[in-house]
Design a protein around this ligand. Structure first.
Ligand SMILES: Cc1cc2nc3c(=O)[nH]c(=O)nc-3n(C[C@H](O)[C@H](O)[C@H](O)COP(=O)(O)O)c2cc1C
Length: 334
């Protein structure tokens, strides 16, 4: 049992959340994490408002516990805000930007608690300034979009020191009991894990994508901006597959405009991925994974199997709890 202000403020059994990963964190994953005692978070990503509503409703059929929705601020429309408000989503997490005052007021009136994922001291200050109730500190080792200015071991204590009163979750490199215990020792109130749950049975990711996580080594990823005709020039930590290596070496083959590298699913839509598409391969995606954006953290190098999300939550929690109590007992003995 691990008790922090996150567990007591939000009624969680463990201070562990799955990252609200676009494409990957759907109803099955979010519900499984909530049912295991953590905070399950849906990734809104680039879902349409209707598909976002469907995902929230489906999650609620799978769990009666607390859930969150993670949104990419630049992708939000008035209709998306309307869905979050009408569905009374209790925790809304912002990434890659912040809502404005009016949006904050509307969400609060609907009962939402608002969190922000930040990657720098400046982003943390901006989030605190607008009244975000918890911060997720993303380190440079993290998977997904990433403009962090430092790794978790440096950034987390720095932000913790500046804002002792705010609940903080650490994001980046947390895959097991030891890394979970480590970020709690560094001052986090909880952990926000992406890549570990990308390699879970409930993740909406293609088998090839999950296999790539399991086969990755510590040096297999890099932060690159090559993906994204849909959303150009956004840095993401990705697997160094053929497309990335070609792009880094300036040897991109000329591909006729409109050529598809495969298909993936965006909610209810089957999407033809153009060369360097920033979309991720969901279950049943077609095409060559060597051509796709396979975002994952450095932590992929420490993940060796696909597991049920509940097992991941249980093993991380019981192991970290044991480590922390051993450390406490040892320090009392000194
Ligand atoms: C596949 C994938 C998709 C992601 N999509 C999002 C997203 O839509 N919104 C978001 O806030 N963070 C997203 N992230 C970043 C996570 O929130 C988090 O910072 C990261 O996963 C933590 O590092 P880790 O992957 O080592 O656990 C994504 C991460 C991954 C691996």
């Amino acid at each position: 049992m691990i008790t922090t202000r996150l567990t007591s403020d939000y009624g969680l059994k463990t201070p562990l959340a799955n990252a609200g990963m676009a494409f990957v964190a759907g109803p099955e994953l979010a519900a499984a994490v909530t049912n295991a005692g953590g905070l399950g978070v849906l990734g809104a990503g680039i879902l349409s408002p209707e598909d976002l509503r469907g995902a929230i409703q489906k999650t609620r059929l799978l769990t009666s516990g607390l859930i969150g929705v993670d949104v990419l601020a630049p992708m939000m429309s008035a209709e998306h805000y309307g869905v979050l408000i009408e569905e009374k989503v209790p925790v809304v997490v912002f990434f890659w930007g912040l809502p404005d005052k009016q949006e904050i007021a509307m969400l609060r009136r609907a009962g939402a608690r608002l969190w922000a994922q930040v990657g720098s001291l400046a982003e943390a200050a901006a989030a605190v300034e607008v009244g975000m109730e918890a911060l997720i500190v993303q380190g440079s080792e993290a998977g997904g979009h990433n403009r962090s200015e430092a790794a978790v071991f440096t950034l987390l204590p720095a932000i913790r020191g500046l804002y002792p009163e705010i609940p903080i979750l650490a994001a980046g490199g947390i895959v097991d009991d030891k890394s979970f215990a480590a970020v709690l020792l560094l001052g986090a109130d909880g952990a926000w894990c992406g890549t570990r749950f990308l390699a879970s049975e409930e993740a909406d990711a293609s088998m090839e994508y999950q296999a790539a996580v399991v086969h990755a080594s510590p040096g297999s990823t890099v932060i690159a901006t090559c993906f994204g005709p849909e959303w150009p020039d956004q840095p993401s930590r990705v697997l160094k597959n053929r497309a990335v290596i070609e792009s880094l070496s300036g040897q991109v083959r000329d591909v006729p405009h409109g050529t598809s590298i495969g298909t993936t699913r965006i909610g209810s839509i089957t999407y033809d991925m153009p060369k360097f598409s920033a979309t991720l391969p969901t279950r049943g995606a077609t095409g060559d994974p060597e051509e796709m954006c396979l975002t994952m953290g450095e932590s992929a190098g420490r993940i060796h199997s696909i597991q049920p999300a509940a097992e991941i939550v249980a093993a991380m929690t019981s192991g970290a709890s044991e480590i922390l109590s051993k450390l406490t007992n040892n320090s009392q003995a000194v």
